[in-house]
Design a protein around this ligand. Structure first.
Ligand code: NQM
Length: 352
């Protein structure tokens, strides 16, 4: 039977997704996921739903008022795995997160505070917090502005994202294997989780320059098989269990910077090559860069000072991350810039 569910659609950073109020979806996770799959589409083309048939446009945010004293709203990220008729709620998504603040205002979950409004978001997937500062001149959410991010056209109003305490977001600790380097399938890797579980590998160790296009890397079947073999072994070592059907860990090849940044990257999420790099993926890679003895040592250029501003180069530009360290060198805050835009709102018809 067809029935209508209220939704909004936002571009969040360089991703796009449907945003739902938790109260408009079933409480039971299995029933909720069936509604979400119907809304976005179950097949490879997502022809019978609103999904965009790509991992970056097949995403969902489920948002509610928070009961926590330190948060305004709770956010659950749901990745609809394209063509597989299933979802993965293991990882978080920093791009979709950027739209959660505007959604909370548009949906009346929180009031505008002044020229800017700060929304404290509790991220249910990773169980930690991010503060989003939005542009709200004249008492209204605005999407117009001069902020520019790679991976999205034009300029928009800035969404400032300050992530707190994200080390070990899913794996339980920053270095879930207990080491700054491991040897997996004979390749030195750094397994790290500062917001997103990522396996960092020197491109040259896999016979690549790290400057290939996504298409070049995607078409190399032997390379892809090796990368997946490493990923499947890294998953259990990172406390993620069996990861065949999970979208984490992500895999990032690194090489020396080429465009004045601090590191060059090519990221698989985990099977599709990212046109850019995920938000929290970039935070994790940047953190690996400043970690003594990681595989990024001698590859990354490390800036002076604290906080450190690291520019992570990727196939379509760069992503800047500001890392604040405490006296022991531990990263305690990661700041970055995103933009978001309301694209549509209404009712999506799902079949149940
Ligand atoms: O790492 C891609 C994206 C993401 C996730 C992915 C993200 C993040 O670009 O926080 O934003 O890793 O699947 O949206």
């Amino acid at each position: 039977m067809q029935h209508a569910i209220p939704y909004m659609q936002f571009r969040g950073g360089s991703s796009k997704g449907l945003y739902f109020l938790a109260e408009d979806l079933p409480l039971d996770p299995a029933e909720r996921d069936q509604i979400i799959l119907s809304a976005l589409g179950r097949d490879t083309r997502q022809i019978d739903g609103l999904g965009g048939a790509h991992p970056l446009t097949s995403k969902v945010a489920v948002v509610s008022r928070s009961t926590r004293p330190d948060a305004d709203v709770d956010f659950l990220f749901v990745q609809v795995v394209v063509g597989e008729n299933r979802v993965d709620t293991t990882p978080n998504c920093g791009n979709i997160l950027a739209g959660v603040g505007p959604f909370a205002i548009e949906a009346g979950l929180i009031p505008v505070q002044g020229e800017t409004t700060t929304v404290r978001v509790y991220m249910l997937n990773s169980e930690n917090l991010c503060e989003l500062t939005l542009q709200t001149p004249n008492g209204k959410m605005t999407y117009e502005g001069t902020a520019k991010i790679d991976g999205a056209p034009g300029t928009s109003a800035a969404v400032i994202c300050n992530y707190l305490d994200i080390a070990g977001s899913i794996c339980g600790s920053l270095l879930p294997t207990g080491n700054t380097q491991d040897l997996i399938e004979g390749i030195p890797v750094t397994c790290i989780d500062n917001g997103m579980p990522v396996v960092v590998i020197k491109a040259q160790d896999l016979g690549k320059t790290g400057y290939e296009t996504c298409a070049e890397l995607s078409h190399d079947a032997a390379f892809r098989a090796k990368l997946e073999a490493i990923r499947l072994k890294a998953g259990p070592l990172m406390n993620l269990g069996e990861v065949t059907k999970k979208v984490v860990p992500k895999m990032t090849l690194i090489a020396p910077p080429q465009q004045g940044g601090h590191i060059s990257t090519r990221t698989f999420i985990p099977h599709t090559c990212h046109d850019a790099i995920g938000v929290l993926g970039a935070v994790s890679v940047a953190t690996a860069c400043i970690l003594p003895n990681s595989v990024a040592q001698g590859v990354a250029v490390i800036p002076e000072g604290n906080p450190k501003n690291l520019s992570v180069e990727h196939p379509s530009g760069e992503f800047s991350v500001e890392l604040l360290q405490d006296a022991n060198g531990t990263v305690i805050k990661a700041g970055l810039l995103r933009t978001a835009r309301l694209l549509s709102r209404g009712e999506v018809y799902v079949i149940t």
